[in-house]
Design a protein around this ligand. Structure first.
Ligand SMILES: NC(=O)c1ccc[n+]([C@@H]2O[C@H](COP(=O)([O-])OP(=O)(O)OC[C@H]3O[C@@H](n4cnc5c(N)ncnc54)[C@H](OP(=O)(O)O)[C@@H]3O)[C@@H](O)[C@H]2O)c1
Length: 321
């Protein structure tokens, strides 16, 4: 007869899990889409994980997946950030979640007040064990470079207030660097992957007029490659800035033309940007990250989408005529 281990299981789940001999204590501040993918990888490697959410309603779900789930709200005076004291790696993955419209105040809350609270907690750390910080930032910071090749050394476009906030957050975190603290800033392209099928969103505009500029070159990265880049920064203890984007480097028009052709849809009619729109028009180079060992699982958002779509169609049951 099988024994009933439910009490024992509940007891074990209520206790903090020990760190495996091979594992570290790692934390994710702002555990959303990327953070959730990172948890899976880190758990498999035996790391103990602390992770934050802003919503009390997400706490139970997070508790089931990490060793310590913590509420962190950039506006709250009573955040408990004591986990920062003994961590080895801290990933800062905050973003104003679920914004339909750009709300500058939400960006200010996260990237100014939120980052400031974190920086204070990090500088008050008494431990002198080495800390690897990994900040997830954005290639959006490069702004309008007329599609030019853009490396980590290229100038940032701070004309838009969101870019100024993002650059301020990068600077504030970089200033924490000392003999115990290394900081690696990953500038990411637009993140796609399961549940974030950006090509599908673009295809939804097939045959329609879109009040946006189609001749700008944005950049993209698959969530698996973001996770890989974070791991690279943690394992290699990187201390600098890295662009993390796929190889696509095409204008939006070229992307939708290819997608529409491959799926038999009418092309999207890109009608031009409203003035003051935040623009990214840069052919962002990932050469530095590749030189450090990043091997993209998904070099092209288009190929990724078309292959997952074909695989989905192959699995769909065929009707018998
Ligand atoms: N998404 C992109 O295309 C993109 C592009 C370039 C760079 N990035 C950067 O990549 C990182 C990961 O992005 P993601 O898509 O995984 O983000 P996400 O899914 O939106 O998750 C953001 C996290 O930040 C938390 N958060 C939101 N507002 C907060 C506040 N006021 N105070 C404290 N926490 C708050 C959210 O809390 P809840 O758990 O309560 O939702 C969530 O855990 C972010 O740093 C983002 O800036 C993203």
């Amino acid at each position: 007869m099988a024994g009933d281990f439910s009490d024992l299981t509940r007891l074990l789940q209520s206790r903090p899990r020990p760190v495996l001999a091979s594992g570290e204590h790692r934390a994710i501040v702002g555990c959303g889409y990327v953070g959730s993918a990172l948890i899976q990888q880190w758990r498999a490697r035996g790391h103990a994980i602390s992770a934050t959410t802003r919503r009390a309603s997400r706490l139970a779900d997070l508790e089931a997946r990490v060793d310590q789930a913590v509420l962190f709200d950039s506006e709250s005076e009573s955040n408990d950030l004591s986990f920062i004291e003994d961590i080895d790696v801290l990933v800062i993955s905050l973003a104003p979640t679920g914004q339909q419209q750009v709300d500058l105040e939400a960006y200010r809350s996260v990237f100014s007040r939120g980052i400031e609270r974190l920086c204070r907690a990090i500088s008050e750390r008494r431990s002198s064990t080495p800390l690897q910080l990994i900040q997830l930032s954005s290639c959006g910071l490069y702004g309008d470079r007329g599609g030019a090749i853009t490396t980590e050394q290229s100038t940032l476009d701070l004309s838009h207030p969101i870019n100024a906030l993002l650059a301020g957050a990068e600077e504030r975190l970089q200033a924490l660097r000392d003999e115990h603290i290394r900081i690696c800033t990953l500038r990411l392209g637009g993140i796609y992957g399961p549940g974030r099928e950006i090509p599908e969103w673009l295809l939804a505009a097939a045959g329609q007029r879109v009040e946006r500029d189609g001749d700008h070159t944005p950049c993209w990265v698959h969530v698996d490659d973001v996770v890989q880049a974070i791991d690279l920064a943690a394992e290699r203890q990187l201390n600098g800035v890295l662009n993390v984007v796929d190889d696509l480097a095409l204008t939006k028009r070229a992307i939708t033309d290819r997608l529409c052709e491959a799926t038999g849809c009418a092309p999207v009619w890109w009608a031009g940007s409203p003035r003051h729109d935040r623009v990214l028009d840069a052919s962002v180079s990932n050469a530095y990250a590749k030189g450090l060992g990043l091997m993209l699982h998904h070099p092209s958002m288009i190929d990724w989408y078309l292959s997952t779509r074909d695989a989905g169609e192959a699995q769909r049951p065929r009707s018998i005529s």
